[in-house]
Design a protein around this ligand. Structure first.
Ligand SMILES: [Zn+2]
Length: 245
């Protein structure tokens, strides 16, 4: 009887010890398991965030118009990029020659500006290589080549030779200087040009990049998609083209 009681007590003590061991050793592990499980959603959340970041970057890139940058609308003519003796197929609008592919958007642009009560004057469109050469040579005779190049674009580097650019002024305010930006004409045209595929080609804050002074009269066709993107991201044509290099 006494031995049985002792066995009972020992068994009881052992069971208590086992229970104590269970709580001391296993519970923290359970707690850790739970902690790990708690961490999992956090890790998943982090992964989701990084997935979002990646898709954000893809979205940014996808945001770029899906265009062929070598297409005619994006031809770059500046001091660094000569277009040689490139000559587009020309059409005519109000006495100005332009690439015939932009006659329609130009017509619409001008018509809508007039519908706003504005007095639009197309002052200078296409200028060919030879005409530019003549203008350049005349300045060279007057000032020497170095100075001439700062006044007149060298033949092959004037955007007017692309046939995609047109100087637009107010019929009653033909002066081509910075003050033109204050005319109602420029206010409306600079605000709406991208809807017709045009941009203000030489903006005030891009002189360093374009190499040309601010010209609030010089509009250039690049197509609605590119023009809208450039306006939304405050890019000049040089910067836009560089995004595709
Ligand atoms: Zn111009």
């Amino acid at each position: 009887m006494r031995t049985k009681r002792i066995i009972c007590i020992v068994t009881g003590v052992l069971m208590l010890l086992a229970a104590a061991l269970y709580f001391v050793l296993l519970m923290p592990q359970n707690a850790m398991d739970e902690h790990e499980r708690l961490e999992l959603p956090v890790e998943t959340a982090e992964e989701e965030t990084s997935v979002e970041e990646v898709s954000g970057q893809q979205k940014k890139e996808a945001d770029l118009p899906d265009i062929d940058i070598n297409s005619w609308e994006y031809v770059l003519a500046n001091a660094e990029h000569s277009i040689g003796e490139y000559t587009p197929e020309l059409g005519e609008i109000e006495g100005q020659k332009l690439d015939q592919r932009i006659l329609e958007p130009m017509q619409q642009f001008v018509a809508d500006a007039r519908a706003e009560g504005l007095s639009v004057f197309l002052s200078s469109g296409y200028r060919g290589f030879e005409e530019q050469q003549y203008l350049f040579n005349r300045k060279v005779e007057q000032y020497g080549e170095e100075k001439a190049a700062t006044i007149v674009s060298r033949p092959g580097t004037s955007e007017h030779q692309t046939g995609l650019a047109c100087d637009i002024t107010d019929e009653y305010y033909e002066l081509k200087d910075e003050s033109l930006e204050n005319t109602a004409l420029y206010q409306w045209m600079s605000k709406h040009c991208q809807e017709y595929g045009f941009i203000v080609r030489y903006p005030k804050d891009k002189e360093e990049i374009t190499g040309i002074i601010y010209e609030p009269w010089h509009f250039r066709y690049v197509g609605v998609e590119a023009a809208t993107y450039m306006v939304e991201h405050n890019l000049c044509l040089e910067e836009f083209v560089a995004l595709y290099q």
